[in-house]
Ligand binder design. Structure first.
Ligand SMILES: *Cc1c(COP(=O)(O)O)cnc(C)c1O
Length: 454
């Protein structure tokens, strides 16, 4: 295995060099680097290429065209970096090449998922014993949890949706907020519940659902609430929503892609009050837990509802004494996602996780203060890790974002927040420090001042 040994040593050197460089390199890739990607456009090769050469091509042409997401000053899209332990575990798990679908195919992966699930329920303050699904992201987590919801509310109405489909089934009333994440609507579409066949509840100026505007519905119903708005970071009033939804006998689902992690911090835990009353939850591990992509999590209070919605076939697989991973997710074969998650939680511990979440939120407040002091308008209450800033008119804000991205010291994207154009700053990486915020603020302010007036 000399060849593999040399190859992996060289990959490790290249990756370490990349991660070292990313701290000082511009965050967004230079346009020339993106342009140079055209070297990859070649006909399917006839002849083999040595592995070492394949990796060299990838590093030399690919690395410069990456977005610096693993660096400390990437503030786009609420997505974190990769913790060193999670990255290392991910590499090792790739070397293992485990098929995480079946206990028999990978006892280590199945066991680490079980352990990670228990730890996750604890740090996210969700009911012990809930079922869990290790999926690709919060979109699939929403889908998976809502499939369990669909199963449960129709079963109560005497309908077996997995066997009979939705043809002739009792109608399900779905209640979401105006500010639900697009992935919730996509999930509803995939499940045959319809992207548009929903009650949309209005929101307040932070994007929080107005609980007293939830319609009273009869029969099978699902209420979706949000813990952490993707723009403002605001939380729907879970306690009040759950109280109303319970009265109607509805299933309650929480999209907490990043917001659920507020539970890890003693300072922020109050934000999720009432969330644990729900029946299912979706979150991401590749966002605030800082594990490599793709890693999302669905939790369902009653594991049996999740299993019945996701089971492959009742008879196909032997059910031993242990948790059979494929019984709880849409996929059969898949990678060992639980390994990275276990490694992240093990390396951080409760204290490290709380410190990460608290520090990111402190950094967000520091951004907001600095921008306000410079005379710009912060559009949201900075309750979590999200900051929305306006630099003036839509054109001025647009030009500012372009100038900031071109400068490259940090990276932030644009968004539309309640009809206002804004730049969104999401602080969600383990690598980000107060110094990174100060350095970014300085670059942002000088880029905005130097931006062409029109
Ligand atoms: C990011 C996000 C999603 C989608 O997550 P993916 O991991 O990209 O699929 C869903 N809901 C909210 C609130 C999010 O922030």
């Amino acid at each position: 295995m000399v060849i593999v040994d040399e190859l992996l040593q060289s990959v490790a050197r290249r990756a370490a060099g990349y991660l070292e460089g990313i701290r000082e390199r511009r965050v967004g890739p230079a346009p020339e680097a993106v342009e140079a990607l055209k070297v990859f456009r070649e006909p399917m090769p006839e002849k083999p290429t040595a592995a070492e050469e394949v990796v060299r091509l990838l590093d030399e042409n690919g690395s410069p065209a990456t977005m610096g997401i693993s660096g400390p000053r990437f503030f786009g899209f609420v997505i974190g970096g990769s913790l060193p332990a999670a990255l290392g575990a991910n590499w090792l798990a790739s070397a293992w090449d485990q098929n995480a679908g079946l206990f028999a195919a990978s006892p280590v992966s199945a066991l680490l998922e079980e352990v990670a699930l228990e730890w996750l329920l604890e740090v996210l303050a969700l009911p012990a014993g809930s079922g869990g699904a290790f999926v690709t992201g919060a979109t699939m987590a929403n889908f998976t949890a809502l499939a369990a919801a669909r199963h449960a509310v129709l079963e109560r109405a005497g309908w077996d949706v997995e066997a009979r489909g939705l043809y002739g089934a009792p109608a399900i009333q779905v209640i979401v907020s105006e500010e639900a994440h697009p992935s919730v609507f996509k999930s509803l579409g995939l499940l045959g519940l319809g992207r548009e066949r929903v009650h949309r509840v209005p929101v307040d100026n932070q994007g929080r659902m107005l609980a007293d505007r939830i319609p009273h519905v009869e029969g099978p119903a699902i209420v979706c609430l949000q813990a952490g708005n993707v723009n403002s970071g605001a939380f729907d009033p879970a306690l009040e929503i759950c109280r109303r939804a319970r009265k109607m006998g509805a299933w309650i689902h929480v999209d907490g892609a990043f917001g659920l992690w507020a539970a890890a911090s003693a300072e922020l835990r109050h934000l999720i009050t009432g969330t644990a009353e729900a029946d299912s939850w979706a979150t991401d591990a590749h966002k605030w837990l800082n594990v490599p992509y793709d890693s999302g999590l669905a939790f369902v209070r009653d594991p049996e509802q999740l299993r019945r919605a996701m089971t492959l076939t009742a008879a196909y697989l032997p059910q031993g004494d242990h948790r059979e991973p494929s019984q709880y997710v849409p996929e059969l074969s898949r990678r060992a996602r639980g390994v990275d998650i276990w490694a992240a939680l093990k390396s951080l511990g409760r204290e490290g996780l709380a410190e990460l979440v608290d520090r990111n939120c402190r950094c967000a407040r520091r951004f907001a203060e600095g921008l306000r002091r410079a005379g710009f308008t912060i559009l949201n209450d900075v309750v979590l890790n999200q900051v929305l800033v306006s630099f003036g008119s839509p054109e001025e804000t647009g030009r500012a974002i372009t100038a900031i991205q071109q400068d490259g010291t940090c990276w932030c994207g644009g968004t539309l927040w309640q009809q206002q154009h804004a730049m969104r700053i999401s602080v969600s990486s383990w690598a980000t420090t107060e110094q990174d915020v100060d350095r970014s603020l300085e670059a942002v302010l000088s880029a905005v001042r130097a931006a062409p007036a029109r």
